[in-house]
Design a protein around this ligand. Structure first.
Ligand SMILES: Nc1ncnc2c1ncn2[C@@H]1O[C@H](COP(=O)(O)OP(=O)(O)OP(=O)(O)O)[C@@H](O)[C@H]1O
Ligand SMILES: [Mg+2]
Length: 246
């Protein structure tokens, strides 16, 4: 269980999160929706230890991790896939994957097993193992970024806007990947998305945030009827909302 409890954060003089609380159960997919600048990326950064808390706490598996540095949180089972993928372009796909478990420094045999597991889960990465990261398409780079994070064998993935800028069939591939993570591997996901249709289609529960606070929360069915969500996305990402059946 990941529990974000009444957190306050700021960047410089600006308050970012105010009294924000979110709970995500083991293996649960929890989506965070909100407009540009609502505080979604900063929330994942706070969970990962990249943005300090002014007050409140982050509890993971019953342990207060608020004071731990990012690699310690990674070792306990959290892994972060940042906005914009940030794969290493001049490194090969295989080297990118190896970097994902670098912090934990596993024995060579474990590293080989994990690589093998990633190649089975994402066959395109096996095909492209020796290719430079920069030569992959946007969708392939997103798969690589997710696989790299999975190399640390996490319990929970913090995934920031994985569908951003992808072609529709790759958005569907991201959708399937997130579902499979939960169903086949019991990896929980805290998913930040601007594609409301995708978020509502994959999530078990959804939070809508605005100016660093929770505005609404509920199941995708409940949020699908929310006037606040409609107001936020109407005209802006109307088409993806209709894609929820995909
Ligand atoms: N490095 C920074 N310096 C100053 N302000 C920042 C910085 N990073 C974020 N902010 C501010 O913090 C607030 C929350 O930003 P954040 O990136 O978390 O939003 P977001 O919900 O992820 O937005 P987007 O949908 O555009 O990715 C915004 O008002 C933003 O301008
Ligand atoms: Mg963001």
């Amino acid at each position: 269980m990941l529990s974000i409890e009444k957190i306050y954060t700021r960047i410089g003089a600006s308050p970012i999160h105010r009294d924000l609380s979110i709970k995500a159960g083991d293996g649960e997919i929890v989506a965070i929706l909100g407009s540009n600048g609502a505080g979604k990326t900063s929330l994942l950064r706070a969970v990962m230890g990249l943005l300090p808390l002014e007050s409140g706490s982050i509890v993971f598996d019953g342990r207060d991790i608020s004071k731990l540095v990012p690699h310690e949180r990674n070792r306990l089972g959290l892994a972060y896939v940042p906005e914009g993928r940030r794969i290493f372009g001049p490194m090969t796909v295989r080297e990118n994957l190896e970097m994902g478990s670098y912090g934990a420094n596993p024995p060579a045999a474990t590293m080989r097993q994990r690589l093998q597991a990633m190649y089975e889960r994402f066959p395109v990465l096996k095909e492209k193992a020796a290719a430079l990261g920069s030569t992959l398409s946007g969708g392939q780079q997103q798969m690589l970024a997710i696989a790299r994070a999975l190399m640390s064998n996490p319990q929970r993935l913090l995934l920031d806007e994985p569908s951003l800028g992808l072609a529709p069939q790759m958005v569907r591939a991201v959708h399937d990947t997130v579902k499979r993570l939960r169903e086949e591997h019991r990896v929980g996901v805290l998913l930040v998305e601007q594609n409301a249709g995708l978020a509502l289609a994959v999530a078990d529960r959804v939070y809508l945030i605005a100016r660093g606070s929770i505005v609404e929360q509920g199941t995708p069915q409940e949020l699908g009827r929310s006037s606040a969500l409609r107001a936020l996305y109407l005209g802006e990402v109307n088409a993806p909302l209709q894609e929820a059946e995909c």
